[in-house]
Each structure stands twice: as C-alpha cells, then as structure tokens.
Design a protein around this ligand. Structure first.
Ligand SMILES: Nc1ncnc2c1ncn2[C@@H]1O[C@H](COP(=O)(O)OP(=O)(O)OP(=O)(O)O)[C@@H](O)[C@H]1O
Ligand SMILES: [Mg+2]
Length: 275
C-alpha cells in the first residue's frame, strides 16, 4: 500500500537497554523542542507496558493505538492527541502486549490507518521500553536513526552495549547516536562517550557511535516531571531544556540520507514485518 505523501521524514527511536535513564524525557522534550522550531512532529509512545509519555505531556488519552488495532477507531486522527507546541502524540497500545501477536486483519487495519494519514509530518519520534526484547528491537529497526540514552552508571553502560550488540549482530544496525544523560559536568559526558566507544571498538568494530547530546543532571527536569509538563516548556532556560533545544537544532543539520522517504505508512509496514 502506498502512503498518500512521501515527504522526507526524520524517523528516530529512543532506546537504552536499562530502564529509568531518561528515554521518555528525551522523547517528550525533543518532540516539543522540534515542534517549537516549526517542524511537525509525531511522538509514538511505544512503551507498551508502562506508557507514560502522555503523563509527561499533561495529556489524558481516551483512546490509544489499541483501539485502532481492535477496530474501535478507524483513522489515526481519532486517537492522536495534541500536546505543547502542536506536537502530536500516538498514545501507547497498552493492552496489546506485543506487536508480534496481531492478526493479518489487524495488520492491515494499522497499515491503512497510518498510510492514509495525509498531514505534513517532518519528524517521527518513537519512545521505546526498557530492555532488549523483540518489541524494542522491532521499533528500532523500523526507523532510520537510533538514539541510545546512557547515564554514568555501570549498568547503564553494559545494558546500552547489550542493546547495540543485539541491534547490530541480529538486525544489521550500524550507527547509533548516543545521548549522555544526567551528567554532573560535560567532562563526565566525554568520559562516558569514551568508555562506550572503546568497548564498541573492541567488540563491535563495525559499529559507528556518534555523540548526539550531553544532558545535564537538572532538578528543574524532576520538578517538571512532577508537574506533568516538559521541562522545555516549564523551564525553557534550564540547563536540560537548553540541551534538548540544541539537540533539536542539530537535527536540522542531518543529511538527506538520514531521512525516510517512505513516510509513516512505511514505518508501520516495516514495524509489522519485523515484529
Ligand atoms: N537530566 C535529568 N536530570 C534529572 N533527572 C532526570 C534527568 N533525566 C531523567 N531524570 C529522572 O529520571 C526519571 C526517569 O526518567 P524517564 O522516565 O524519562 O526514564 P525512562 O528511561 O523513560 O524510564 P523507563 O525505562 O521506565 O521507560 C525522571 O522522572 C526524572 O526524575
Ligand atoms: Mg520511559
């Protein structure tokens, strides 16, 4: 099935291996920062178990992707929610359990719903769950760019490495954009990057790691989470908000080869094929 439009789309997944390192905050704040810079952004909450992007955006979904799959909603517009700066949220499909167990009819319904979405879309951000299970790897495979969030803890580094190893050896993904989060200072970010780079150079020699962002440890971000607002909206001048804005700006300089010419219809087709 052909999507109704094929403008270049920047598609990216945010993954980490370890839980609680800041994936959803990166996904939410990056989406809002990108929308503020004038791009049309859709955030797909792919944490099928513990979906919480809606909470961090102060939104209350009444319907989710599960309703699309179950046929209770027919178009993507029926489940989309509008968040800060006009960014759009696809609320998680909690209730499905896994994209791997859908029937052919459910597959078709999903592909039809996404392919017929005909509004302009510049960026698709996918927030994934913790772990390296198939539901995470299939989302990473369906996008053009994989961001790996790490923080300065041994378990975060080993889990990020385990994730990249699976994505590389079993799914052929070569390039990862690394986001170092909860940093005490920029120097610890550089050290973290170095550690990850040297482990990868040793054991995964084909893999290319790019340092995408250093996000400081920021109390304002914690307060924003409690207040159910993105830190880029609530405290735009805070250190973490500035880092998210910088990352959004940097994405404007990505090359054409980092974009997805197929649009979100093809994203969902790839997702269902790999699942
Ligand atoms: N830069 C930061 N500064 C301070 N606290 C942070 C920062 N990033 C994340 N946190 C804290 O870590 C918590 C977990 O963040 P978040 O929910 O984004 O992680 P996650 O990786 O999505 O977790 P999960 O694996 O459970 O989905 C946040 O609620 C916040 O309190
Ligand atoms: Mg999360």
């Amino acid at each position: 099935m052909q999507p109704t439009r094929s403008r270049p789309l920047q598609s990216l997944a945010i993954a980490s291996g370890k839980g609680g390192v800041g994936k959803t905050n990166v996904a939410v704040n990056l989406s809002v920062a990108l929308a503020r810079s004038g791009r049309s952004v859709m955030l797909f909450d792919a944490d099928l178990g513990l979906a919480n992007a809606d909470l961090m955006l102060g939104l209350r979904p009444t319907r989710t992707l599960h309703d699309l799959v179950a046929g209770r909603a027919e178009s993507l517009e029926e489940i989309l929610l509008e968040g800060p700066e006009g960014m759009l949220l696809v609320p998680s499909a909690s209730g499905i359990g896994s994209m791997a167990n859908l029937t052919p009819a459910e597959h078709m319904g999903l592909i039809r719903a996404f392919s017929s979405y005909d509004k302009p879309l510049d960026v698709l951000v996918v927030d994934t769950a913790a772990g390296v299970q198939d539901s995470v790897t299939s989302f990473c495979k369906a996008v053009q760019n994989v961001f790996v969030v790490v923080c300065d803890e041994p378990a975060s580094l080993t889990d990020a490495y385990a994730l990249m190893k699976v994505l590389h050896q079993e799914h052929g993904i070569r390039r990862f954009r690394v986001i170092c989060n909860m940093l005490r200072d920029p120097e610890s970010g550089r050290r973290l990057m170095q550690k990850l780079t040297s482990v990868c150079a040793h054991y995964l020699s084909d893999v290319v790691l790019e340092s995408a962002a250093f996000i400081p440890m920021d109390d304002k971000l914690r307060i924003a989470v409690q207040k159910r607002q993105p830190v880029v909206t609530l405290y735009p001048g805070s250190p973490s908000a500035r880092a998210f804005n910088e990352l959004a700006k940097q994405m404007g300089r990505w090359s054409a080869s980092d974009t997805d010419m197929g649009g979100i219809g093809f994203f969902v087709e790839r997702l269902l094929q790999t699942a």
